[in-house]
Design a protein around this ligand. Structure first.
Ligand code: DAT
Ligand code: MG
Length: 148
């Protein structure tokens, strides 16, 4: 089954959105297989956002993502990578549809509440950056026959 890396960013944690966000993915039918509250070290932030290192906002981005704890998660399910991106909404909250996480809670691009992997390659890379294999739990949920 496909897995994706997601995290509630420091603004989402401070704004008490961990419960709402995890609840959305749970109710959708996805399965949580790993999660932790953590403070990201600068070196990990720079590696995670490496694709943006030439962008003018890179410094701000690293500063923001290390400015407080994040809630890092791995979610599993069919097409979870693309579906979770849809549930997050567009990068710029002003362009994110109502009903999406960024559309409902974000205002500016620099504080857009949530991160989610954008492809199978980035999901594999990001899960490996944030989680050891022992931190991911392989288990069978009882409701799977009612989702699939
Ligand atoms: P996403 O988080 O939707 O995958 P991205 O990978 O293009 O978006 O950018 C990563 C993060 O960088 C994004 O969530 C917020 C920040 N960011 C993107 N574009 C920005 C901009 N023009 N100004 C400031 N921050 C920006
Ligand atoms: Mg991205």
């Amino acid at each position: 089954m496909e897995k994706t890396f997601m995290m509630v960013k420091p603004d989402g944690v401070q704004r008490n959105l961990i419960g709402d966000i995890t609840s959305r993915f749970e109710k959708k039918g996805f399965q949580l297989v790993g999660a932790k509250l953590m403070q990201i070290p600068t070196s990990l932030a720079e590696e995670h956002y490496g694709e943006h290192k030439e962008k003018p906002f890179f410094g701000e981005l690293v500063e923001f993502i290390t400015s407080g704890p994040v809630f890092a998660m791995v979610w599993e399910g069919e097409d979870v990578i693309a579906t979770a991106r849809n549930m997050m909404g567009a990068t710029k909250p002003a362009e994110a549809a109502p009903g999406t996480i960024r559309g409902d809670y974000g205002v500016i691009v620099g504080k857009n509440i949530i991160h989610g992997s954008d492809s199978p390659e980035s999901a594999e890379r990001e899960i490996g950056l944030f989680f050891n294999s022992e931190e991911l739990v392989d288990y069978q949920k009882n409701d799977l026959n009612w989702i699939y």
